[in-house]
Design a protein around this ligand. Structure first.
Ligand code: AP5
Length: 210
């Protein structure tokens, strides 16, 4: 099964992506995580992408399409995958279609902007494996430590209030039109993203079966 998770920054794509990955035994492909890893390792792509990420802008489409083509060619993608945070523009969606990829479902996690602004203030992430937590809604078992790999958790640089507002602006302008794009193809399902994480996960599973 090939899935896309759409939604505003902080809507819960990463959280639900991890859940679905365990449940369906298919990998999550997060372009955000791939780029942050490249920034950390100071690769050529990472150095070029850093200023876009830090300011809340989108990384250029050609870079994203290259990252995606390379990642999807790896053997663990043979039986399906979950795309988290990609596509984010119509150009990226067209490129995915041109790669001959069939998308089975597009789940859009719906959360209003006001909730996003408060929610992202409590996010903590693992710089080693990319796992995402929330101080109140999804805390790690041991304070400040990743459940999966034990690394110290950090606050993402782009989770400042000003950058969140810019990411939301970019989302509404460039990414939200993808809802119409996939609705026309009959693939889109909307899921209410407010409420306990487990409740949202149940709604996501229902949406996959509908
Ligand atoms: P990316 O890493 O994809 O960030 P994003 O889309 O802004 O989304 P987030 O990771 O912030 O949020 P999320 O929806 O995954 O929510 P999460 O589960 O963490 O992209 C970052 C940057 O990379 C972009 O700005 C861009 O520059 C670049 N980029 C990446 N892909 C690109 C592309 N395709 N094209 C161009 N540029 C690209 O949850 C958020 C918080 O809420 C967590 O703390 C979580 O624990 C908590 N939470 C989750 N669910 C709930 C719930 N139900 N109730 C309460 N809290 C909850």
């Amino acid at each position: 099964m090939n899935l896309i998770l759409l939604g505003a920054p902080g809507a819960g794509k990463g959280t639900q992506g991890e859940f679905l990955s365990k449940r369906l035994s298919i990998p999550v492909i997060s372009t955000g995580n791939i780029i942050r890893e490249a920034v950390k390792n100071e690769t050529e792509m990472g150095l070029a992408a850093k200023s876009y990420i830090d300011s809340g802008a989108l990384v250029p489409d050609e870079t994203i399409i290259g990252i995606l083509a390379e990642r999807l060619s790896q053997p663990d993608c043979a039986y399906g995958y979950i795309l988290d945070g990609v596509p984010r523009t119509v150009v990226q969606a067209d490129a995915i279609a041109e790669m001959g990829i069939t998308i089975d479902r597009v789940i859009s996690i719906e959360v209003p902007d006001e909730e996003i602004l408060t929610r992202l203030g409590g996010r903590r992430v693992c710089p080693a494996c990319g796992a995402s937590y929330h101080l109140q809604h999804n805390p790690p078992k041991k304070e400040g430590r990743c459940d999966k790999c034990g690394a110290g958790l950090i606050t993402r640089k782009d989770d400042s209030e000003q950058t969140i507002k810019e990411r939301l602006r970019v989302f509404h302008q460039l990414t939200e039109p993808l809802k119409d794009y996939y609705k026309k193809l009959g693939k889109l399902r909307l899921v209410e993203g407010i409420g306990p994480v487990d409740d949202v996960s149940r709604l996501v599973l229902d949406a996959l079966e509908s």
